[in-house]
Design a protein around this ligand. Sequence first.
Ligand SMILES: [Zn+2]
Length: 448
Amino acid sequence: MLSGGAPVLQQLLEGEARPSSLGHPCRFCAAPVSTVVCDLGMSPLCESFLTVGQLNQVESFYPLRADVCEQCWLVQLERYVTPEEIFTEYAYFSSYSDSWVRHARDYTEMVIERLGLGGDSLVVELASNDGYLLQHFVARRVPVLGIEPALNVATAAEERGVPTMTRFFGEEMASDLAAEGRQADLVIANNVLAQVPDLNSFVAGIKLLLKPGGVVTVEFPHLLRLMEGNQFDTIYHEHFSYFSFSTARRIFARHGITLFDVEELPTHGGSLRIYGRHATAEEPPVGERVERLLAREAAAGLETPAPYRAFGEQVIETKRKLLAFLIRAKREGASIAGYGAPGKGNTLLNFCGIRTDFLDYTVDRNPYKHGRFTPGTHIPIYPPSRLAETRPDYILILPWNLKDEIMAQLTDALDWEARFVVPIPEVTVYGPAPTSGASPARQGGGGR
Ligand SMILES: [Zn+2]
């Protein structure tokens, strides 16, 4: 009866399958992946902020859907976009968040002490951004090399005295560096593993880049926290992979790196910092934190399909609650502005369909974004001073992971009794409070 694309069409008609769930090879183990974790619909690239001139032009939207491999349990996006489309002019400058700058300084102090780094050492950071981290090693006279594929941020790093190579890191580049005798005592890869298109080449490259006694530390958002905290807005096209500790351990082990320690960090809604060394090295021994975290993840069922399936439904319910709150606030005549224009904000805004019908504008500290518009939803972005000028009733905090810092900064919002709204893990309204802007006062529509 049906021919050509018939099997797919037949399945669609019978409601058994969607063309998006026919399977794609796993980024790590190459097994076919077809289990959907969370489908966020069609979305533009979350860092593609638009100029006024681009508002009337066609905009590219891509599917945004996270799947999980039932062989290695890597949560991942299918390959929708080429890395070149994403990373040539990356708008994110690490230095614009106070807490992030402090995090970088604390890490530097800790790791110099723990590994005994000095003037004869070499620290290489992969995806070194604008040099926000390596500058602290430079100040301590520890030699560094940054590797950063985005030209505009690499230039900013050079300007602050951080030598930086503009190239995609992988096995090939690591072999070149090793051949020049430039192996590292410490390799740092913070918040980049998720964005690596060729995961195996990247981790194999780390192995090649490490001196025999070298250590690698890698920070990435923890999948367990993402799921427990309902942080679906941290899923975006730039993040190809989402790691549990057990999956990360499996990936590094395959490339000859043993994870001997792991720390849990509050950054990005809950991250891990893993410590790796050559599997052939005798020390340091594998610490007890490794076993403890593996056991916790196993108890959460992260190596079974059930929690992944439940997550998708929870995400849709979160959207309904946020929209219910916004609709109610607008019906009551309230004005609402955003704070921040982070990548995660754009996932949230697009998935929920929030445009200037709900949000008059948003503000951001990054001057790159001023005068531009959020991708897909076309919300104008202003400097933070705009808030005091227009005195909105509600301020929707898009970078919810920085909510305490932001509410502490916006003390003048108390003058006009603004309320803060945090959308994740579920919509919560704070203030106004006479003594502190940070005391939760759940009220109205989506309070629970
Ligand atoms: Zn896999």
